[in-house]
Structure formats: structure tokens, C-alpha cells
Design a protein around this ligand. Structure first.
Ligand SMILES: C[S@@+](CC[C@H](N)C(=O)[O-])C[C@H]1O[C@@H](n2cnc3c(N)ncnc32)[C@H](O)[C@@H]1O
Length: 274
């Protein structure tokens, strides 16, 4: 198995759509009348959840009709938020076929099937023409990408000049030898490619981007970790434990320990295509 197959086997989860719908119903939602906010506890698979997506989007000068690409779109919450809140036209791409299917089904359920679509594919081989998008987002996906330089060159190719590339990843703040696994993004160190922000910045510059924003987001982490601890303790009907599966407790504990020990931190980077 290559790295991408291992990444998919970490995330793949059969029956996820049915589990999410059952969770929504158990939480008292009418599954025939869902809105994007109903899905937020489960479809924003990154530190800070929806709040982090809102904070990042607010930095981006978004406008209705803008064509955007979300790389590693997961269950699709970020793309649906950008479409519903800002009127953008968003394409998501993700390696995990189970996630792509659920993302498309959920978009149809909330009436966003025309403004949002998710395709199955790799960030390493973006199947889009040059300058197809005005901006790209990538949330908590770089940790699965071993060689970021060619991926960032591919992102630059599909962006218009002046287009933005907004990244929100877990990045390395120290030597990671002591980081324990599984983490939410990787079962073992073999598919974890957490790197320092300086490495991202170098890859962005080499790919033809100018970095315009860089910020460590511990502020988003603290409230989110308190919520995750509650999720682990009480397993509410709807939450990221549906996506992380049986090892949720260990993944969450290992991630929080890594952040609290100063090994890793969530960081936002925004760059403009030269
Ligand atoms: C932690 S999840 C984040 C999902 C989503 N961005 C979010 O924030 O809710 C990471 C996602 O990246 C996807 N992924 C990992 N490596 C990828 C690659 N090389 N190309 C496309 N998607 C990838 C995984 O399948 C997974 O859905």
C-alpha cells in the first residue's frame, strides 16, 4: 500500500451517512429540513470546528459567485459554509471516497447541490484547468501530504493570478519524536507529515505565492478541546466521534497532549498567487 491508500484506510468509514442521519434524528433534528448549522458538529473536522472556518473565511474578502477549491474537503462542511454564507461556488476534492459521497449527499440535503460539488481525487494531481479558481482553502489536510512543494505548485496552477490559498493545518512547533499516535489525522507516524510553518512558507514561495498572513491559533484550540473532552466523555448523538470511530478517545487525548506540550499547534497561513 502507498501513502495515499494508508491515508484512505485511516479515514474510510462505511455507513457514515446513515450514522450521521441517525445522530441528527436523535438530536431532535428533522432530517428532511436540515440546514448547514445542523451539520456543523460533525462536518467541520478541524480544531475549532465551524468557528475556525468562520475566522479563516473572514480574512479572505469573499464575494458571491467566486469560484473556490477546497482541498481535502472531507465531509464538506467548509465548502457548504462558504457557499451558504458568502454565495461562493465551491468545488471540494478529497482522497477518501466515502467522505466524497457523504459530502455530496449532505449538500443536496441542505439545498446546496448546485453551488457545491465534491470530487474524488488527490491534491497531488488536481484535475482542473489552469486558473480555474479565484481561491483555494485547505483545512487540516497538509498533515497527510508528504511532499508539499509539488502540491502547492499544483494549487498555484489552478489559481488565477492574485488568487488566495488559505491553509489551516496542525503544524510542528518542536521535534515530534514524542508525539503519540493515533492522532485524528493519522493512525501511525507513517502517514503523518506535520511540518513547521517555515517549511510551508518555503514551499509556498517556491510555488509562486506571497505569504500575507501567518497566525498560531491556540485561541481556537482551547474552547474546542473542552468540547471534545465532553464528546469523548458523553458521546452525544452528533459529533466528531462519528468520523473518528472507536479510537476517538485516544486520538483526542494524543492531540491535546501534543498541543499542551508545545509539540504541535493549529496555524493559519494565507498566501496570494503571484
Ligand atoms: C482531517 S480531515 C479534514 C477534512 C476537512 N478539510 C475539514 O476540515 O473538515 C483531512 C482530509 O484530507 C483528505 N486528504 C488527505 N490527503 C489528501 C490528498 N492527498 N488529497 C486529497 N485529500 C486528502 C482526507 O481524505 C480527509 O478527508
Amino acid at each position: 500500500m502507498g501513502v495515499e491508500e494508508h491515508v484512505v484506510s485511516h479515514y474510510a468509514r462505511a455507513g457514515l451517512e446513515a450514522a450521521i442521519l441517525a445522530g441528527l434524528a436523535a438530536a431532535g433534528k428533522d432530517v428532511a429540513r436540515l440546514g448547514i448549522d445542523d451539520l456543523a458538529p460533525v462536518d467541520e473536522f478541524h480544531v475549532g470546528g465551524r468557528a475556525a472556518t468562520e475566522v479563516l473565511a473572514a480574512e479572505l474578502k469573499l464575494a458571491a459567485g467566486m469560484k473556490l477549491l477546497d482541498i481535502g474537503s472531507g465531509l464538506g462542511g467548509t465548502a457548504r459554509y462558504l457557499a451558504a454564507r458568502y454565495g461562493c461556488d465551491v468545488t471540494g476534492i478529497d482522497l477518501t471516497e466515502d467522505f466524497v459521497a457523504v459530502a455530496n449527499a449532505l449538500a443536496a440535503r441542505v439545498g446546496l447541490g448546485r453551488r457545491v460539488r465534491y470530487v474524488h481525487g488527490s491534491a497531488a494531481d488536481l484535475p482542473f484547468p489552469p486558473a480555474a479558481f479565484a481561491g483555494a482553502t485547505m483545512l487540516h489536510t497538509g498533515m497527510n501530504i508528504a511532499d508539499k512543494a509539488p502540491v502547492f505548485r499544483g494549487v498555484r496552477r489552478v489559481l488565477e493570478p492574485g488568487g488566495f490559498f488559505a491553509i489551516y493545518d496542525i503544524m510542528a512547533e518542536a521535534d515530534l519524536a514524542a508525539l503519540a499516535y493515533p492522532q485524528p489525522w493519522a493512525s501511525t507516524a507513517a502517514t503523518s507529515f506535520v511540518e513547521p510553518a517555515a517549511r510551508y512558507a518555503a514551499c509556498l514561495a517556491e510555488a509562486g505565492f506571497t505569504l500575507t498572513h501567518q497566525r498560531r491559533r491556540r485561541d481556537l484550540a482551547d474552547a474546542f478541546f473542552a468540547r471534545l473532552r465532553t464528546t469523548v466523555a458523553s458521546a452525544p448523538p452528533l459529533g466528531l466521534h462519528l468520523v473518528m470511530g472507536d479510537t476517538t478517545r485516544t486520538k483526542v487525548a494524543n492531540m491535546i497532549a501534543g498541543v499542551e506540550a508545545g509539540l504541535i499547534a493549529p496555524v493559519t497561513l494565507i498566501a496570494r498567487a503571484d
